[in-house]
Write a protein that binds this ligand. Structure first.
Ligand SMILES: [Zn+2]
Length: 244
């Protein structure tokens, strides 16, 4: 069973984690921006994470999706949220499931000789990894200008993991929600610290590497990753470590 932890990582910014995946809760006044929403089986944990920070579902002003993989949008159709949902323009058709750019069950199966992969695949099956999650009402968020949502995030195109992968820069708090463009741990690698996801998860590994340069340029000192613990330090250092 996945356990939920909710940790404040910067002013108004909370990292929710199940050990398998993370999402972010960014508070401004009474309102919250939710960044990603876990697996389908995490819907009740998304609600619980809001309760942990003293907020309710109705306090969510908007949801930002880094990319439309089942571990990041899965909780949305089932958690009862009515707030508008946004992602980068290029990720919108993916979230509507006009196509799917995700590691297949076969990609995982051929690696199941690795006990870490096998254990991980059993855990993610338990939280609904093979359920169909779509977000038909998702809208494109504008880029280059702060969004009118709690934390005033800036959407940053970081393609590669998926074609429309988008990071969110909360400049005031000094936090970048990097999604899966840059993670800090994963049950499959067992390693801690800034790192890219294993290659077989990436739609375009070369593009994913180029997106690290985009992250390196952001003025922030904390990473809220899609997987793994929060990380503190300069973005240039995070990227150097991810490439080491
Ligand atoms: Zn992920």
């Amino acid at each position: 069973m996945s356990r939920l932890s909710v940790t404040q990582i910067a002013d108004g910014v909370h990292l929710a984690s199940t050990g398998l995946v993370n999402w972010g809760l960014v508070v401004e006044g009474d309102q919250v921006t939710l960044v990603d929403a876990g697996y389908p089986g995490d819907a009740s944990r998304v609600r619980a994470s809001l309760a942990r920070i003293g907020r309710r579902l109705e306090d969510v002003a908007g949801v930002l999706i880094t990319h439309a993989h089942v571990d990041h949008i899965g909780g949305l159709p089932w958690c009862g949220l009515e707030a508008p949902v946004f992602t980068g323009q290029a990720e919108v058709p993916h979230a509507k499931r006009e196509y799917l750019q995700q590691a297949t069950e076969m990609d995982v199966l051929v690696r199941a000789w690795n006990p870490r992969v096998l254990l991980w695949s059993l855990r993610v099956l338990a939280v609904g990894a093979t359920r169909d999650a779509t977000v038909p009402d998702i809208k494109a968020c504008r880029t280059g200008k702060k969004l009118d949502l709690p934390g005033r995030p800036l959407a940053v195109a970081t393609p590669g993991h998926t074609s429309g992968h988008t990071a969110y820069h909360f400049k005031q708090a000094g936090v970048v929600a990097t999604g899966d463009a840059l993670i800090t741990g994963h049950p499959i690698t067992g390693r801690r610290g800034p790192q890219p996801l294993p290659d077989f998860f990436a739609h375009d590994a070369e593009q994913a590497d180029a997106s690290l340069d985009v992250i390196a340029k952001l003025d922030a000192d904390t990473i809220l990753p899609g997987h793994g613990p929060a990380w503190t330090g300069a973005m240039t250092e995070a990227v150097a470590l991810a490439r080491a």
